[in-house]
Design a protein around this ligand. Structure first.
Ligand code: DAH
Length: 344
């Protein structure tokens, strides 16, 4: 009996050593732990048999049984550690983060079409030698009206539906509001554009907004003529629309220029052939301009007998609408992402 039990214990020990060699995960380990140390394990059966061994042999058999049990327990312990280490290594590998790697740029929106084309406009004029100056959005009566030859009570004021503040200031109706300041502060040659937000107290529709952007331009020096104006504006429009464009001057009245007029461009949609947008004429009247009125020069302290200059003002939205074939000005500020995303 003694030998049989010792034999079984040895077999169990070597069987366990073989089995534990292949343990790779905790599920398998649990199975083996139950198989070798559980209540219904072979070891339990063998230990039951120890009682049947002769008294004098029991100590030896018992000792061996304890050794085998301790051996299996240490196999379990080693396997547990190995599995834990493997898990740790895997986690380290998978969760490893390179803190020195360059960040991933979060997805952001893009610039609003007005911003994009305002920047393009500024770039074109800066390349021609113009400086950029921002207007005040709220200004006084003098700068918005009087200094550009529209005195109080002048009927031309009706052309600008004006938002007044309670203290009788003006939400600028045009960026011409900066003409006087710019000409007072600089010495000729003066080449400035004034891009900015303007406001009109009028009903909105597909072609009118109460808030919109204008780009004013001023060029003052000795010997400046209408041809300089036509050349400057033609250069701008060709760069803006990225195609050949003709310009023509159509006389019109603005209090701050003499002669004053509109610039018409070859229709950029039909290239002058005639379409619905240009009403078949092949031309688009796009902006007001003219030779700066001597009174306006004098009010800014510029000697109108030595200096001449031209000025213009156009609405930026109209140009963007033509460039991108947009048919409603109100889309710009509606916040409709489907519209905005087209300009990514
Ligand atoms: N300020 C005018 C407007 O808002 C546009 C304009 C016309 C500006 C003629 C000028 C100009 O500088 O010479 O309608």
């Amino acid at each position: 009996m003694k030998n049989e039990v010792l034999d079984n214990l040895d077999k169990l020990g070597s069987c366990a050593r073989d089995d534990f060699k292949n343990v790779t995960d905790s599920k398998k380990l649990d199975e083996l732990r139950t198989k070798y140390l559980g209540r219904k394990s072979a070891l339990t059966d063998i230990l039951k048999k120890v009682k049947e061994v002769k008294q004098e042999d029991r100590a030896e058999v018992g000792k061996r049984a304890n050794e085998v049990k301790a051996g299996i327990e240490s196999l379990v312990e080693t396997a547990t550690k190995t599995i834990e280490n493997q898990k740790l290594e895997k986690n380290l590998k998978e969760d490893w983060k390179d803190v020195t790697a360059p960040g991933v740029r979060p997805q952001r929106g893009s610039l609003h079409p007005i911003t994009q084309l305002m920047q393009k406009t500024e770039d074109i004029f800066v390349n021609m030698g113009f400086e950029v100056e921002m207007p005040y959005e709220i200004d006084d009566d003098y700068h918005n009206f009087e200094s550009v030859n529209i005195p109080k009570g002048h009927p031309a004021r009706d052309a600008w539906d004006t938002f007044w503040t309670e203290d009788k200031n003006v939400l600028i109706t045009h960026t011409s509001s900066m003409q006087n300041r710019v000409m007072k502060n600089k010495k000729p040659p003066i080449r400035i554009i004034v891009p900015g937000k303007c406001f009109r107290n009028e009903a909105t529709d597909a072609r009118h907004e109460h808030t919109f952007y204008q780009v004013e331009g001023i060029y003052v020096d000795k010997g400046i003529t209408m041809t300089d104006m036509l050349g400057t504006l033609k250069t701008y429009f060709e760069a803006f629309f990225e195609k050949d464009i003709d310009v023509k001057f159509i006389p019109d009245y603005f209090p701050f220029v003499e002669p004053g007029g509109q610039i018409a461009l070859t229709c950029v949609l039909c290239d002058g052939k005639g379409c619905k947008v240009c009403k078949g004429s092949g031309w688009l009247e796009i902006l007001g301009c003219g030779m700066i009125h001597p009174k306006v020069l004098e009010m800014a302290g510029i000697d109108s007998t030595s200096y001449t200059g031209f000025a213009w003002g156009f609405g930026l939205e109209r140009l963007i609408m033509l460039k991108h074939n947009i048919n409603d000005i109100r889309l710009f500020h509606k916040g409709d992402l489907r519209f905005i995303k087209q300009f990514n």
